[in-house]
Design a protein around this ligand. Structure first.
Ligand code: FAD
Length: 315
């Protein structure tokens, strides 16, 4: 009952000026040498509303990313309504194609069906199908075990374009990278058409992963996900929690600028630019920027790479 009320309220909030055309993301990979996208997440503070992100989206839109992906909060049910609202704003108000994330680990088939209908009604048809992290504080539902199960259900509802996640250093729950790469095939068989990687700081890990993926027959476009580390808080939160390996040059940067906020900001941007330039020059299908809702970070990084992305201009 409580959930139902929540659904009804949020549906009313979602409205848009005009219906937008559907740009299937596969078209981008066919037409562009290197696709450039950015990830945003719905505001997380208690009482925060999706609208609070709109000024950030407006700034990010100035960089004309090929698409912007919008993460999906843990919790299932109506927890993802802000994802729908933000994706809808991107598409209908800013003219940027969204890729809406959707997780299933805390959802029932019925809840996924509800969310899929909301996305469809808002003309959001590019989805990143995810299992989601298993969180001990949230009740786990049993309808879905893997992202591939979600992909199957989504495809049975509508001809959505589906992307999926992949892990250059292997997913934490999988014993070997080889097995994790093999498991990616389940989501591809279920209809996933491109993959986006987890963040990594060592490009060698990405190249090793790509080599393995291609050798095992995975031929869909794979976008490399890069996160600039620009603050001590982010070091504690993201770096400490991520299972990404930290190359010596990266740890040296962190310890060198540990107590100098401005210097760490500049060095973190520089590090990400170098990583991205190397990836683009090495022929990556696309790069995906985890810009942490920070338009200044996105703009600075973009300024450092746009010359390598054909037909792109200075911000
Ligand atoms: P799966 O593909 O289901 O994989 C999970 C594990 O199961 C892996 O170890 C895999 O090897 C194994 N596996 C997969 N399929 C099978 C199978 N058929 N049989 C046996 N084993 C199998 N989380 C959020 O909550 N919200 C987000 O918006 C979000 N966005 C993300 C975006 C990206 C680009 C990435 C990389 C991650 C994101 N995550 C997000 C985190 C993600 O949900 C977690 O990493 C989660 O633990 C795994 O999700 P998955 O979709 O990769 O799961």
């Amino acid at each position: 009952m409580k959930t139902k009320m929540c659904y009804n309220i949020t549906i009313c909030i979602i409205s848009y000026k005009s219906g937008g055309k559907y740009l299937r993301l596969s078209k981008l990979f066919q037409e562009k040498e290197c696709v450039f996208s950015i990830e945003v997440f719905p505001p997380k503070k208690n009482g925060a509303t999706p609208e609070q992100l709109y000024p950030v989206l407006k700034e990010l839109a100035k960089l004309s990313p090929d698409y912007i992906s919008v993460t999906y909060g843990a919790g299932g049910g109506a927890a993802g309504m802000s994802t729908v609202q933000i994706a809808s704003h991107l598409k209908h108000e800013l003219g940027i194609e969204p890729l809406a994330h959707l997780t299933c680990v805390n959802s029932t088939h019925q809840q996924v069906e509800f969310m899929a209908q909301q996305l469809k009604e808002n003309n959001i048809e590019n989805l990143l199908a995810l299992r989601g992290d298993i969180c001990p504080d949230l009740p786990r539902q049993t309808d879905f075990t893997h992202a591939s199960d979600l992909a199957k259900q989504l495809k049975s509802i509508h001809e959505f374009y589906l992307a999926g996640a992949c892990y250059p250093e292997g997913h934490v729950e999988c014993d070997t990278l080889r097995q994790d790469v093999e498991n990616l095939k389940y989501k591809l068989q279920a209809g996933v058409e491109h993959l986006v990687t987890q963040l990594f700081f060592d490009n060698a890990c990405y190249y090793r992963f790509m080599n393995r993926a291609r050798k095992s027959g995975i031929d869909v476009p794979i976008q490399a996900g890069v996160m600039p580390i620009v603050s001590a808080r982010q070091v504690q939160r993201t770096v400490a929690l991520s299972s990404a390996s930290l190359p010596p040059r990266f740890t040296k940067m962190l310890s060198r600028y540990d107590h100098d906020e401005k210097a760490l900001f500049d060095a973190g941007i520089e590090y990400a630019i170098e990583q991205l330039r190397d990836l683009i020059e090495s022929g990556a299908d696309g790069v995906h920027l985890y810009a942490m809702n920070n338009p200044e970070v996105a703009r600075r990084v973009y300024e450092g790479i746009y010359d390598l992305l054909p037909e792109r201009k200075q911000a």
